[in-house]
Design a protein around this ligand. Sequence first.
Ligand code: ADP
Ligand code: MG
Length: 336
Amino acid sequence: MRTFTNLKILIRRAALSLFAFMLAFSSLPASASEEEPLTGTAFFLDTVTTLTIYGSTDETLLTRCWDLLDEYENLFSRSIEGSDVWNINHSEGKPTTVSDETAFLIETSLTYSELSDGAFDITITPIVDLWDVLNNPGIIPTDDEIDAALAHVGYEAITVDNNTVTLSDPEAQIDLGGIAKGYIADALAEFLKSEGIQSALINLGGDVQAIGKKPDGSDWNVGVLRPFGEVSDIIAVVQCDGDSLVTSGTYERYFEVDGKIYHHIMDPQSGRPTDNNLTSVSILSSSSMLGDTLSTTCFVLGLEEGMKLIESLDGFEALFITEDEAIFRSSGFPED
Ligand code: ADP
Ligand code: MG
C-alpha cells in the first residue's frame, strides 16, 4: 500500500526547510536593533531552497543565486535534455565533453567510490529508476529485474579525462543526486561571500550551509530532525559557525509496503534500498559537497564501517541514528 504521494513529500520537504530556518532564528534575542534579513525560497532539483542573508538589502543577490541554481540544474539534471548528465547518459559509450563543474563532481564521486569500496556509486541510476521511489505505487521489483539493472552498475565504467567523460558500458547511466546539492550549496556560499556577505544561511531541503555566525555574533542553531517525527521534532541541535550540516535519511523519500519502508538511498551491492538499521546520517564539516557525498556513503556503509570512515578523515564529524532512535556521534561531533 502506498502511503505517501509525491505532493505530500514535497509539502513535507518544504515544511522541513522552513522549520530549519525558523529554528535558526528562534534563539535570536528580540532586540529592536536587529536588521531584517533578505529571504527567498525557490524550487530547483526537486528541492526547496531557502536563503536568509544578513548585511545587505540588495535584492539582486537573491535573483543571482536563483540564476546560479538554474545554471547548475541545467548541467546536473538527468531529465533536462542537453544537460551534461543527460548528454553522458545518452552518449551510448562515446566520449562526451562536459563543463568543468560536471567533470569535477564526477571525479570527486569516483574518489569516494574508491574510498568506500563502491558504497557511493553514481552509476546506481538503473537501480534508482527501477525502484522509482518517488512515484512507486507500491511495487517491489523482482530479483530478475534487480539483477538486470545491477549488470549496468559499477563506477569502474566511468573515465574522466579533463572535460571528457566516457562510460565504457553504453547502457550505464549516472545520477549526481547524492552530491550535486552539496556542491550547489558550496557554490552559493562562495558567491555570497564574494559579494561581501558575512552572515547567511543556505538551506537546500533541510541540508544547511552557514556563512559565518548570526548577526548577533552567536552560532546558528541547526536541527537534526527525528526520523519520521513531526516536522518540528528535533532530536539534536548543532551549533554552526560557517559549517555545513547535511543529512541523508530514510524518511526523506520513500514508499511503504506492508509496514516496510523502501527509501531512496540504494545499496549498490544488493540493488535494493539500504537496509542496515539506520534511519539517518548527518555530516558536520566545512564542505557541503563532501558532507552530501559522505552522508550518502556512510548511510550505505552502515554504522560500524561508516563511523570508521569518518574517524579516518580530518574535518568531518557524523551523527548516526538507528531505527530504535539510538544516536551515535563520531568522536568530535558536538554534544547538545
Ligand atoms: P537527498 O537527495 O534526499 O539529500 P542523499 O544525499 O542521501 O539524499 O542522496 C540520495 C540520492 O543519491 C538518491 O536520490 C539518488 O539520486 C542518489 N543515490 C542513491 N543511492 C546512491 C549511492 N549508493 N551512491 C550514490 N548516489 C546514490
Ligand atoms: Mg548525499
